[in-house]
Design a protein around this ligand. Structure first.
Ligand SMILES: *[C@@H]1O[C@H](CO)[C@@H](O)[C@H](O)[C@H]1NC(C)=O
Ligand SMILES: *[C@@H]1O[C@H](CO)[C@@H](O)[C@H](O)[C@H]1NC(C)=O
Ligand SMILES: *[C@@H]1O[C@H](CO)[C@@H](O)[C@H](O)[C@H]1NC(C)=O
Ligand SMILES: *[C@@H]1O[C@H](CO)[C@@H](O)[C@H](O)[C@H]1NC(C)=O
Ligand SMILES: *[C@@H]1O[C@H](CO)[C@@H](O)[C@H](O)[C@H]1NC(C)=O
Ligand SMILES: *[C@@H]1O[C@H](CO)[C@@H](O)[C@H](O)[C@H]1NC(C)=O
Ligand SMILES: *[C@@H]1O[C@H](CO)[C@@H](O)[C@H](O)[C@H]1NC(C)=O
Ligand SMILES: *[C@@H]1O[C@H](CO)[C@@H](O)[C@H](O)[C@H]1NC(C)=O
Ligand SMILES: *[C@@H]1O[C@H](CO)[C@@H](O)[C@H](O)[C@H]1NC(C)=O
Ligand SMILES: *[C@@H]1O[C@H](CO)[C@@H](O)[C@H](O)[C@H]1NC(C)=O
Ligand SMILES: *[C@@H]1O[C@H](CO)[C@@H](O)[C@H](O)[C@H]1NC(C)=O
Length: 428
């Protein structure tokens, strides 16, 4: 939610594959991947063959390879392929937003140093939720592929340990795509359009007693026409999250474990801002051991404190035309959580100050599987601040079994529940 660190993103479905990486240089070529089975309303732009390669020699011993990598991007921009087939270290922030027609063939590994003092000072900062990044990609027509063995390692452990002592620490995001038109594979997708993410594995975990915090798999922000598919996410925060101004998004074929769900929001956090999430299709995903399966969270109409470094509410806008279809659940606390009172536990206060964000035309279809024992026999919660701001909420063919085997119950409050087929609603 606030800022995020991904410990490691293994590109193309392989667990941390150090043996494969150490086995020697591998040459990989751009895979041919299309959105499937759901597609966007228009085809993604095609990307011409590259006609030049720029290899980067690693300095080894943990020495900083950032300047050599930057040089390769300069040399191979406008039609080439940057080949990263060794183990590299990055200890300097890299601004790669000048790209135009370049491939990145990452069959090696990239590890960011754990020099917290340096990164706090020098990472790229964004206003949105105090986020920051080690490097950013932007421009036009960029493909990053890992051939099943490429590895990005954010070195999250040092950050989780420091964050436990310092809750306002700004922790960088492993990969930010900022203003990219046409491309593939990233973590924060911001100011971008026509993006395809496919066959990526993200593993986040802490080896100390300090939890890995704020570790979203992918976030979209101010972005249009994005497909995220056929990937594996093991983390402890949102698996995918649609932040302000995410439109025409497809998420399909994911397997998420231990997360906070596939989430719209949070939205409406900042007073005076206007947030839009529209035309989102979440199709045929599996969610296991999560706090939530399908989640929509917007702040109420009043700005109050929530957690250290996190407060909000009062922002306006809308969430419209969001579908979750064929959703397989395994041991999730809430199968569906729709909340128009996010960050505010006082429901009286929430109803006194209804959200300035409308939620409408929402579809939950064909859900299967099990909930966890946490709220048994309750399996979901849908709480709105007012029926004027929350309408056309549909559920159909939802078949969920809580561990007790009892008839599942749903908490439903503050909106017209006529379109929730077969729901047994209680008010708390
Ligand atoms: C390589 O591709 C770039 C961009 O598509 C083009 O401008 C350039 O002329 C090509 N060079 C060669 C040698 O084909
Ligand atoms: C996206 O663009 C906005 C301006 O339109 C800028 O303020 C912001 O820093 C950019 N990047 C991110 C990640 O928000
Ligand atoms: C749903 O996803 C699973 C696993 O990714 C896949 O095997 C199956 O073919 C998909 N089904 C449909 C109808 O797309
Ligand atoms: C899923 O996450 C749980 C923790 O929530 C973990 O114990 C388990 O090992 C993970 N499963 C897989 C297949 O990674
Ligand atoms: C989202 O789009 C609306 C309408 O174009 C705009 O007013 C608002 O500033 C945008 N919000 C963000 C966070 O970029
Ligand atoms: C709703 O969104 C889907 C894509 O998710 C799109 O195909 C459809 O046209 C949208 N419907 C409306 C009424 O905008
Ligand atoms: C950023 O963090 C500071 C310090 O924790 C906090 O006061 C501020 O509200 C945060 N800003 C945003 C935009 O979340
Ligand atoms: C909730 O907010 C209302 C309105 O401000 C207040 O009267 C009430 O005491 C609050 N309840 C709790 C439990 O804080
Ligand atoms: C938010 O809603 C409140 C009423 O709940 C209203 O007084 C206020 O003007 C709204 N603010 C915006 C920015 O729409
Ligand atoms: C209900 O959902 C299940 C699981 O996705 C599907 O197999 C079944 O065909 C659906 N039934 C109806 C009546 O749509
Ligand atoms: C709804 O819940 C009540 C209370 O637990 C239970 O008695 C009733 O059988 C349930 N009805 C259905 C249709 O599941």
């Amino acid at each position: 939610m606030v800022s995020k660190v991904i410990t490691s993103a293994v590109v193309a479905g392989l667990a941390v594959a150090s043996s494969a990486r150490l086995a020697g240089k591998s040459s990989i070529s751009r895979p041919n991947i299309e959105p499937y089975p759901k597609t966007l309303s228009h085809p993604l732009p095609t990307s011409p063959q590259r006609n030049k390669t720029c290899s980067v020699t690693s300095r080894g011993s943990g020495d900083d390879d950032a300047s050599a990598i930057l040089q390769a991007f300069n040399d191979c921009n406008n039609g080439g392929t940057v080949v990263l087939d060794s183990d590299y270290t990055i200890g300097t922030a890299l601004d790669l937003t000048f790209l135009n027609g370049v491939d990145v063939a990452l069959s090696g590994s990239i590890t960011f140093t754990d020099d917290i003092d340096y990164w706090v000072e020098n990472s790229f900062k964004y206003d949105y939720q105090n986020s920051s990044t080690f490097w950013k990609f932007g421009g036009k027509d960029v493909n990053i592929y890992g051939g099943g063995i490429g590895l990005l390692d954010g070195n999250g452990q040092a950050w989780y340990d420091q964050f436990a002592a310092e809750p306002t620490l700004l922790r960088p995001i492993t990969l930010v795509l900022d203003g990219l038109q046409g491309g593939s594979w990233f973590n924060l997708i911001a100011n971008s359009s026509d993006i395809l993410v496919s066959d990526v594995t993200i593993n986040v975990g802490s080896t100390s007693s300090n939890p890995a915090k704020n570790t979203d798999g992918w976030d979209t922000l101010r972005s249009d026409s994005v497909v995220i598919q056929d990937s594996i996410v093991n983390n402890g925060d949102d698996c995918v999250s649609f932040k302000p101004n995410s439109t025409n998004i497809v998420v399909q074929g994911l397997s998420c474990n231990g997360s906070h769900g596939i989430s719209v929001g949070s939205l409406g956090q900042y007073p005076l801002e206007y947030d839009i999430v529209e035309n989102v299709y979440v199709y045929n995903n599996t969610m296991s051991n999560a706090g939530d399966g399908a989640r929509i969270k917007v702040w109420p109409g009043i700005d109050t404190a929530f957690e250290p470094g996190l407060n909000g509410g009062g922002g306006a806008g809308y969430v419209r035309n969001v579908t979750y279809e064929m959703y397989h659940n395994v041991n999730n606390d809430w199968i569906i959580e729709l909340n128009q009172c996010y960050g505010q536990s006082n429901t009286t206060l929430c109803q006194m100050y209804p959200s300035n964000m409308t939620i409408s035309d929402i579809y939950f279809l064909d859900f299967t599987g099990t909930s966890s024992k946490k709220y048994d026999p309750r399996v979901g919660t849908l709480v709105c601040s007012s029926s004027e701001q929350c309408y056309n909420i549909h559920a159909r063919n939802i078949s969920i079994t809580p561990p007790s085997g009892k008839a599942p119950q749903w908490i439903c409050n503050g909106f017209d529940t006529v379109d929730l087929e077969g729901f047994n609603c209680t008010s708390s």
